[in-house]
Design a protein around this ligand. Sequence first.
Ligand code: GLU
Ligand code: MG
Length: 645
Amino acid sequence: MGLLSEGSPLSWQETKKHVDHVKKSGIRQFLSIYRRLKDRQKDHLKWGDEVSATRRKTNDVISPAPRPKIEYTLVHFDHERKTARLYLDGPKYLETLQEEEKRSPDSHPTTWRPEYGSYMLESTPGKPWVFVGDLSEFNDVEPNMKLRREEITKLLEGTNVSCLTVTTFPRIGCPDFTQPIYRPTPQPEADGASRSVFYPDQAIYPGHPRFRTLTRNIRDRRGSKVAMNLPIFRDANTPSPFVETFDDPEANAASLKDHVYLDCMGFGMGCSCLQMTFQACSVDEGKYLYDQLVPICPIVMALSAAAPIYRGYLVDSDCRWNVISGSVDCRTPEERGLKPLSENKFVIPKSRYGSVDCYLASDKYNDVPIQYEPEVLQELIDEGVDELLAKHIAHLFIRDTVSLFSEKIKQDLEKESDHFENIQSTNWQSMRFKPPPPNSDIGWRIEFRVCEVQVTDFENAAYAVFIVLLTRAIMSFGLNFYMPISKVDENMEKAQRRDAARAEKFYFRCQPFPGDFEVKAEDPEFSLMSVDTLINGKDGEFPGLIPLIWRYLDSVHVDAETHCTISRYLCLIERRASGKVLTAAQWMRQFVHSHPKYSRDSVVSDEINYDLMCAFDKIMKGQMGCPELLGKCDDLLERKDAQTS
Ligand code: GLU
Ligand code: MG
């Protein structure tokens, strides 16, 4: 979830005193990196280029190949009582999982990190894949994901705990949702980090102070508990109006009628996703690719939707995004526009977890005003940072540090980057632009952050490979997906709606090819398209992202095995987009609706949740086929035949 400094965490009252210092030093640290590394180029390595044999030998890490990061959830099953609960013993396993890295920091297979929940674990490949030019590395993505899962599964042998990839645990925040069971402590005198009426502090990862400190400090800075209200999915027997009352005045005041109320960071940051970091060859390539992926974010989010149930209720949205956004919303009432502004302050329209606010390589479509301190912007520009990047950095730095360790206040401005990272890594945007860390050979990177995690390694590999291939097609054809940021924002909202992948239409640029295509003045620049049109293409409307990828693949050498691997993945994405197979969210809804114990009252009971988690466990392990979610292999072969004939 970001920077993991060690040390003694400071309260918000203490942190507040150092906010300006952290910001000033963070900017200096960024400038120091920028000055040294702005010209870092590996110019023999262009995106999509064939790569020379020397690279294979030197094992150069500069590579467009992906590093899919996966967040896992430990689920405890009680088969007699038919319950599935979040298992809080993650830290114990994490220690064992990290041993290999401690032994060989440079050549361990997997990098394991804690995540927000005690029941969560996060993994990244120990080394990025090296792009050797023939795309054969795509054959390694899924086996590597399996290997990572296996590393945990081995440790769980003989227990009733399973390592699942679920975006949101359906009964998160219900009574007794953890194993062991703890009671939440909302009472102010208990001085808990969350003060949630649903989520006990024991569910927050205890092994690193960052997580609880962030929780407490975000709440303190905001001046109240966070509050997210998701519209309930209305079914035949759902009480109308749907009203909940609590033993807690703040909860009663903040919860809305006909909504499922959530009151702490755990409901958001306790969700899981699949993220991908790419390394660009230069700062400019990084900016271009970042920009092109910004409009892709909502589309992939809708396609990966996997969060239709919260606190044991079917809700009327399919994705986690707004929940996380609300769960770390540290803005004061003034910043939220609820109180008159004091001097030098501005209203900040979004939470620090939110979609990208500005493009980096061209400002033609930056149509939403962004906030920054003019002096910070000027300092960056004076030091030679171009205006767009300077605005982006200055905009990130309107956020205060909300987690600081006393040992880290004093820092070297040239050799360290913690203050910069402190602010950067608590701006959780749909894309992240990452400067090289000091003293490393790592280059300029971008991170694609919206994808909800999928149930199986096959699906996670499919989404990862789809995104990587898309970046290759973008680079290779110089594609242009620019569209107004305001429209991307609208798309982000639509993408989360129930069944968006089938039902919504999204703004997108009609003509993605640069230059030589004649665009007539009367042609619209953007239009509304379904996910199907966007992904699979439609004559006269849009070429389709998958056809573009195939066109790219036709231009490079791909061996038969790799071709087959890629076909399976693209086929899944194609079918999710056309509605022939379901997103996880659609499938979960269907599962609940057809469960004999479901009373059409929106309630996902312990037993339904247990059956759903058992099904996920079996599907993930390949013990249960699920063509509605995954498609069928035979269909894939049919498709291949059709293509070759
Ligand atoms: N779990 C968060 C999500 O689902 C991401 C946290 C992180 O940046 O690692 O988006
Ligand atoms: Mg994470």
